[in-house]
Design a protein around this ligand. Structure first.
Ligand code: JS2
Length: 244
């Protein structure tokens, strides 16, 4: 049984490494094998609840977020909607369209003390402990993404929940505070509404958002029906005129 378990573990690690490298090779100009080694240094051999955000500093230094002025989109409690939209157009990108966001999107990983392995099962959940490898990565990558943001930025939020701007979210706690008015001139909230919507642009949480926002960044909010969003934004759209 031990041998079988070892084989399963080795296959899982190989699958994860293969996924990492093949996704990375979809981006030109990176040494993916080197990036894999730098990535592993953040968590391999460490207890899975003792991987701080800073552990990923070398990784983000190796593959920094490339600014995409006027095209950078944030989101919160709207992952499927935002990616259904951005995959149809070149006019907007999300963190998950960047090299590291794309390579690690949807994956789970961790290490453990006195082991050189990468584990993909039985890793701490998002809320199980603060400094787990997955949570620390997304906090680091999100912080760098917001720091790189420039021009007019957009945030696609969910009108079917209240509050649509939740202070405990990564968007609110990590990204909004890092939008810098010397680089970012506006934030447009696109509040996606459906029949069951419970929030609109007058929701009180948007007062909090405006207070959280660096002075000098112009704020506006647009309510956009999901049905309309699904129609617009399709390629080719040479002008990249927003649908809202
Ligand atoms: C991606 C994952 C995973 O603006 C967005 C993105 O930049 C994201 O990195 O952070 C913001 C969304 O986070 P937030 O506001 O907490 O929204 P949410 O819907 O409550 O949480 C989504 C999870 C964000 C972090 N994250 N991001 N791809 O595979 C992934 N796994 C996790 N946990």
């Amino acid at each position: 049984i031990v041998v079988v378990l070892m084989v399963v573990l080795i296959n899982q690690q190989n699958d994860f490494r293969h996924t990492f490298i093949s996704r990375c090779e979809g981006f030109e100009g990176y040494d993916c094998k080197k990036l894999w080694k730098v990535f592993q240094q953040a968590y391999v051999g460490k207890s899975a609840c003792k991987v701080p955000v800073e552990a990923y500093d070398p990784l983000l230094a190796e593959a920094p977020i490339q600014p995409a002025c006027n095209r950078m989109m944030f989101w919160s409690r709207s992952k499927q909607v935002v990616h259904d939209f951005t995959e149809k157009t070149d006019c907007f990108i999300t963190l998950e369209d960047t090299l590291l966001g794309s390579v690690l999107d949807g994956l789970s990983w961790c290490g453990k003390e006195n082991s050189k392995e990468t584990f993909t099962n039985n890793c701490p959940g998002w809320d199980e402990c603060e400094n787990n490898p997955v949570r620390s990565f997304w906090k680091k990558a999100s912080a760098e993404y917001a720091h790189a943001a420039c021009g007019g930025v957009t945030a696609m939020l969910n009108g079917s929940i209240s509050p649509p701007y939740n202070s405990s979210s990564i968007f609110a706690s990590v990204e909004v505070p890092r939008l810098n008015s010397t680089r970012v001139n506006s934030l447009t909230v696109v509040l996606v509404t459906q029949e069951n919507s419970v929030s609109n642009c007058t929701n009180g949480s948007f007062e909090v958002l405006q207070k959280d926002l660096d002075e000098g960044i112009k704020y506006k909010c647009k309510e956009v029906a999901l049905s309309w969003l699904q129609k617009c934004g399709s390629k080719p759209n040479p002008t990249c005129g927003p649908c809202w």
